[in-house]
Structure formats: C-alpha cells, structure tokens
Design a protein around this ligand. Structure first.
Ligand code: UDX
Ligand code: UDX
Length: 464
C-alpha cells in the first residue's frame, strides 16, 4: 500500500466539493486540494461567509468550516494541484452530448479527456488517477491509453470509484455510505492502488463496506444503480396514471408493495417526474452503450424509463391546462419550487423546467417561488431549452421571494418540489388572495389534501 499525503480533485462541483470535504475531515493527515477552472466557483468556495458556498447541502458548511485552511484547499491552479498529488480524483462534469455522434444520448467525455491530457503533460512522478465522475463502461481504458502514451514514462494506475451520494443528503450519504465501490486492475500494482484508496475510506467506513471489483464492473455498476433507481420511479409513475383513472391511490399502493421485503419501500414516491443531473443522463448513456453493442432490445427497454418520465411531466402540465377550462393563455400559474428535489439549489433537469416550458407554449404567465434557487438560474434553465426566446421568457416568467406574493391572484398553484416549508404555509391566507375556483396541483403529494379541501381548494394530486 502506498502512503498518500496529498490528494488533488479536479472539479469543485456537487460531487467533488462535498466528497473531498469529507475525505479531508476524516483524514486530517492528508492535504486535499480541490481545483477547478471556474474562477467564480473557487472564489465562492473560499468565501469567508460560509453561507456563500456555491453548493447548498445540509451539514456541508460545518465540514468546510472545520477543514478549510487546515487540510482542505480550493484553487484554480490545476497544474500545481496535479504536480503535488499522489492521488488525483477526476470529478468534472460529463453532460449528455449536444452535437455530433451520440447527440442527445452519449456522455460527452471532452472534459475527462482534457484532464487526462493535462495530467500526462504536467505530472512529474507516478500517480493514482481515480475516476469519480460517472462514466460509460470502458472509459478507464481510454484514460489509460492517453496517460500511458504520454512521454513522461511514469506509471499511472487508473481506478474507478463512482459516487453514490444523492443531493440534499450528500453529507449524510458520505458519512455513512451503504458501500464504497473501488474498481481497478487485478495486476499487483492495480491491487496496490485499490488498497491505497480503500485505506482512505476505511478511516471512517467499515472495511466490509468497501467493495473491490474489476474496473469495468465498477463503471457499469454506477450506471446500473442509477438506471434501477430511475426505473422504480418510472414504474410507480406509470401506476399513478392508472390510479387517476381507477380511483386507486398511488401512495397506498406504494405502501402496500413497499412492505414486501423483496421490493422495499424506497424510491416509490410518485411525482411529477424525476430530475437531477444523473438519472436521465446515465440512462440515456446506458441506452447508447447498449445500442452501440447492437443490443437493441436492451436499449429500448431502458429508453422506456425516460419516455415514461417525459410523459409524466407533460401529463402534469396538461392537467393544469385541462382543469383551467382548457386554456392558460395569460393566466397566472404559481410554481412552488423549481429545484429538482428539496434541500438543494440544483435545478438540472428539474421537472419544473419542462412543465413551465409546456405552459409557456400555451402562453401562460408563470410566477416561481423557490427558497433556494436564484432568479437568473430559472431564466438560464428555460433559455437553455431554446424553445422560447429570452425576451418572451423574461416577459412571461417572474421569480419572487415570497410564496404569498407568488400565489396571490393566481389562477392555479402547482407544487413542483417537495420543500417542507410548503406544508407549513398559512393556506387560509393563500385561499383568500387566490382566484376562484382555487386549484392546487400537488406534483409531489405533500400537502394535506383534506385540510386544503376544507378551506375550499380543489386539490389535484399525482395518482389519486
Ligand atoms: C459531475 C457529473 O454531473 C456527474 O455525472 C459526475 O458523476 C461527477 O461530475 P457534478 O459535481 O454535479 O457532477 O458536476 P458540476 O457541479 O458541474 O461540477 C463539475 C466541475 O468541474 C465544475 O465546477 C467545472 O468548472 C469543473 N471542470 C470542468 C473543470 O475544472 N475542468 C474541466 O475541464 C471541466
Ligand atoms: C441520484 C442517486 O440517488 C445517487 O445515488 C446518484 O449518485 C446520483 O443520482 P440525486 O439525483 O441527487 O441522486 O437525487 P435522488 O434523491 O436520487 O432524486 C432524483 C430525482 O428523483 C429527484 O427529482 C427526486 O425528486 C425524484 N424521486 C426520487 C422521485 O420522484 N421519487 C422517489 O421516490 C425518489
């Protein structure tokens, strides 16, 4: 086993930031440098005011408060970070390709490759390189190729160490992971590298929960885990549509089937559709990989998970339109929530974006309140779709800092994110200021339906 004194992580995002902060917390003898090309992001990580960290995660600022400046550092000097490190984590983003071959499905590995080339160029000794980003199976091979063809002559061991944390619970997930997965070569130096990385996690994770596999299994396990989780949500969402036709209640069904220990209770919450940076990207990537090996049936099977999710978002928007006498033209629709789930400021692939887009097609006015998402992010998300021009978006979409302002004079109220505070509002006060009939569309089934109906609201749920 090698001794690690210095770790570098390339990419100070939702994955790299929290993961390295916890590694630094639990390994005070290791210096951890997080580097990123984005100057603003690094400045935010270094901000004296811990409420200005670029990522909101419960518990994160406490970990950063303890480690930053002790053995955790944030910098834009990527070369220096690479040179000083014994072990380098690559945690840059791998978005779905928006151009060329594999457009709309394959993962764009441009940034990963750039990192590998940069490591090859500036490294002055042997390194262990760890894939933290979620990558298509066999990416390690490409990394190895780039690194071993560099002129340096140094040895680079490539490991796959996918991250399973979920946003909003990142710190808890990192502190007590179900398992840590480490894939690497079965050669003596590969085994040594796996043991070296295992030791870092074993500073706080029980040894039996640190799994070692070959590198391809590790890469594919991460895609498989996300595909299975996404599939559970699409499965329950498919049942929600059937429930709405049959007077069955999807939450009752989830409870009934979740008590079967073979099925289990988690990830059975029906919703307006899953979002987040991972599920769609990873399932599409799986579809692409299966297709590229000629496995059409496998590809089509997983593609249906995405199609059902798109259907669920569209169905929710259509219901708002239908219950608004088939037109939302110039009507004010209040959105409670924009983030893809509660307790995060992340909006990537949030269902809210697509529901809003669909309503904009019908000329609605959308007023958004989210406790953590800034106005410019909402505009950026809608502009990114390229379906409405920026001027029209700014005319039709307003972002407010007060939920009562959002809902006042609204023709309809839609819950898009399951923020706890929505349950605590003074719904009598909201009822008094909203237009009648007062329609609430609860895309997360979190509000007290009975209480709201007693006040006078019409409440439309998912799967009820
Ligand atoms: C990303 C992917 O979405 C996920 O699939 C993968 O598992 C890990 O990386 P996340 O941390 O959420 O997850 O991404 P993001 O918040 O976009 O952070 C990536 C960071 O890498 C950004 O801050 C970006 O500036 C930085 N980056 C990107 C570099 O420093 N160098 C590059 O060449 C490219
Ligand atoms: C996911 C995986 O859970 C995590 O292991 C992986 O590392 C990254 O991708 P994340 O996207 O952060 O994490 O959040 P997650 O809690 O999985 O939620 C994803 C989406 O599914 C959210 O939009 C959420 O609201 C939705 N969801 C989740 C449901 O609609 N119903 C559920 O029962 C669970």
């Amino acid at each position: 086993m090698k001794e690690v004194k210095n770790i570098c992580c390339i990419g100070a995002g939702y994955v790299g930031g929290p993961t390295m902060a916890v590694i630094a917390l639990k390994n005070p003898h290791i210096k951890v440098n997080i580097v990123d090309i984005n100057e603003q992001r690094i400045a935010d990580w270094n901000d004296a005011d811990l409420d200005k960290l670029p990522i909101y995660e419960p518990g994160l600022k406490e970990v950063v408060a303890e480690t930053r400046g002790r053995n955790l550092f944030f910098s834009t000097n990527v070369d220096q970070g690479i040179q000083d490190a014994d072990m380098i984590f690559i945690s840059v983003n791998t978005p779905t390709k928006t151009y060329g071959k594999g457009k709309g499905q394959a993962a764009d590995l441009k940034y990963i490759e750039l990192c590998a080339r940069q490591i090859a160029r500036v490294a002055k000794r042997d390194k262990i390189v760890v894939e933290k980003s979620t990558l298509p199976v066999r990416t390690a091979e490409a990394l190895k190729d780039i690194l071993s063809n560099s002129e340096s002559g140094f040895n680079f061991e490539i490991l796959s160490n996918p991250e399973f944390l979920a946003e909003g619970t990142a710190i808890d997930d990192l502190m007590a992971p179900d398992r840590v997965l480490i894939g690497g070569d079965d050669t003596p130096s590969g085994q040594e590298a796996k043991d070296t990385l295992s030791a870092i996690y074993e500073a706080w994770v029980p040894k039996e929960q640190v799994l070692q596999t070959n590198v391809w299994s590790s890469e594919l396990s991460k895609l498989t885990a996300n595909a299975f989780l996404a599939q559970r949500i699409s499965s329950i969402n498919a049942m929600s549509a059937l429930c709405e036709e049959t007077e069955a209640d999807v939450d009752e069904i989830a409870r009934a089937i979740g008590m079967d220990s073979r099925i289990g209770p988690k990830f059975l919450k029906s919703s307006v559709g899953f979002g987040g940076s991972c599920f769609q990207k990873d399932v599409l990537n799986l579809v692409y990989i299966a297709k590229s090996y000629g496995l059409t049936e496998v590809a089509e099977y997983w593609d249906q998970v995405i199609q059902l999710n798109d259907y669920q978002k569209r169905r929710f928007a259509d219901k708002i339109i239908k219950k608004s006498y088939n037109t939302v033209n110039d009507k004010k629709i209040a959105f409670l929530g924009w983030a893809f789930k509660k307790d995060t400021n992340d909006t990537r692939e949030s269902a809210a974006i697509y529901v809003a887009d669909h309503l904009l097609d019908e000329n609605a006015q959308v007023v958004v309140y989210d406790p953590k998402v800034p106005a410019e992010q909402v505009y950026a998300d809608l502009e990114y779709l390229n379906t409405h021009d920026p001027e029209e978006i700014r005319k039709r979409v307003k972002i407010v800092n007060d939920p009562y302002e959002a809902t006042s004079e609204a023709h309809a109220i839609a819950v898009l994110t399951e923020w706890d505070e929505f349950k605590e509002y003074d719904w009598n006060k909201i009822f008094a200021s909203t237009l009648k009939p007062a329609n609430v569309f609860d895309g997360r089934n979190i509000l007290d339906k009975k209480a709201l109906e007693e006040i006078g609201f019409n409440v439309y749920n998912i799967g009820k």
